[in-house]
Design a protein around this ligand. Structure first.
Ligand SMILES: NC(=O)c1ccc[n+]([C@@H]2O[C@H](COP(=O)([O-])OP(=O)(O)OC[C@H]3O[C@@H](n4cnc5c(N)ncnc54)[C@H](OP(=O)(O)O)[C@@H]3O)[C@@H](O)[C@H]2O)c1
Length: 310
């Protein structure tokens, strides 16, 4: 890879699934990483990798974290994948908005060298549909449901950075496939126990991306100065039925149970059930139009590398 034009990047949520992989990738490409964590026990300092404490709920952060930084990648937010009690919903919403605001308010007070902020977002922005194929030009008229409202407000909150002449990108991330956690780890365990099955009617779309492609895409966005919305999904979305079958096959298993009916999923997961029963079909048009090459285009390629059982 040619020499990066970025030397030090500040990452929030760097201790999470995406943040860990992204930090490793940047460090391997000689880009220093500062990170902000809400958990003091996670602060480490090693060569080119330095942690700082922040408390976005109170608008506080160690501003030393911004020293020498030329870009920010904001991944922080309370897990979506938890029971959506009223308290959890508040935490999911507030943690995202307060993280953006804390970065903005602190950056605003400083002479800084930040040229670009990339904020995580989610394909939950797009309405679920079995026929529509969404690219970044789609605009939501009105948000419908909790997740869409979180995503729409989260994205809108990042626009303030444009006043500071900072490039702002929102990356709408799809289902991230990683062997270290997230959906694949959970579904693989079910498949190993022989209890994995399609969910609902199995026709809902799974717009997935391999973790290695996703971290490369974050870096590509910075290097190409891509602005606005970028879909963080691979080029070949598949149905839930095909997705589940591919996982079972990649593990060398044969058994696939009948689909779990939607009412059972709703009874178990409550309001959160919609995130597994529904799914938009999303196209990474901006990435493709700008020449990004996905290394894992098919689900077989993605799974074989991650599950590695073939
Ligand atoms: N993984 C996916 O499939 C996916 C799909 C779409 C969108 N996204 C979005 O991308 C971002 C990163 O995803 P991920 O899978 O890496 O998430 P993750 O593993 O849950 O990590 C998120 C990080 O956010 C920080 N955090 C947790 N609660 C917080 C709070 N209340 N306030 C501030 N920070 C908090 C934590 O870091 P510290 O403990 O160090 O503070 C945590 O490690 C998330 O915002 C997620 O919603 C992920």
């Amino acid at each position: 890879m040619k020499q990066s034009t970025y030397h030090k990047i500040l990452i929030t949520g760097a201790t999470g699934l995406i943040g860990k992989a992204l930090s490793e990738y940047l460090l391997a490409n000689n880009i220093a990483v500062n990170f902000l964590t809400t958990d003091k026990s996670k602060i480490v300092t090693s060569h080119n990798f330095r942690g700082f404490y922040w408390n976005p709920a109170e608008g506080n952060m160690d501003i030393e974290a911004l020293n020498g930084v030329d870009a920010i990648i904001n991944l922080a937010g309370a897990p979506i994948d938890q029971k959506w009690t009223d308290r959890a919903k508040q935490d999911i919403f507030n943690s995202r908005i307060s993280s953006v605001q804390t970065l903005y308010e602190n950056l605003r007070k400083l002479e800084h060298g930040v040229r670009h902020i990339v904020n995580a977002s989610a394909i939950g922005y797009y309405p679920s549909s079995t026929d529509l194929y969404y690219d970044e030009t789609f605009e939501l008229d009105e948000s419908n449901g909790f997740l869409q409202s979180v995503v729409a407000n989260w994205e809108a909150s990042t626009l303030d950075f444009e006043d500071m002449d900072v490039i702002v990108t929102r990356i709408r991330i799809g289902l991230v496939l990683s062997s270290k956690g997230g959906v694949l780890k959970k579904l693989s365990s079910l498949a190993r126990w022989g209890v994995l099955s399609p969910i609902g009617n199995g026709d809902q779309w799974q717009s997935w991306i391999h973790i290695d492609d996703l971290v490369r895409l974050f870096h590509f966005i910075l290097e190409q100065s891509l602005q606005g919305i970028v879909n963080g999904v691979g080029p070949m979305p598949i149905s839930n039925r095909v997705f589940v079958k591919a996982i079972v096959k990649s593990l060398g298993r044969r058994i696939l149970l009948p689909a779990v009916p939607a009412f059972v999923v709703k009874a178990v997961f409550g309001e959160m059930a919609n995130i597994v029963l529904e799914g938009p079909k999303v196209c990474p048009k901006v990435a493709l139009d700008n020449g990004f090459i996905f290394e894992h285009q098919t689900i077989e390629s993605g799974l074989n590398q991650l599950v590695g059982s073939k």
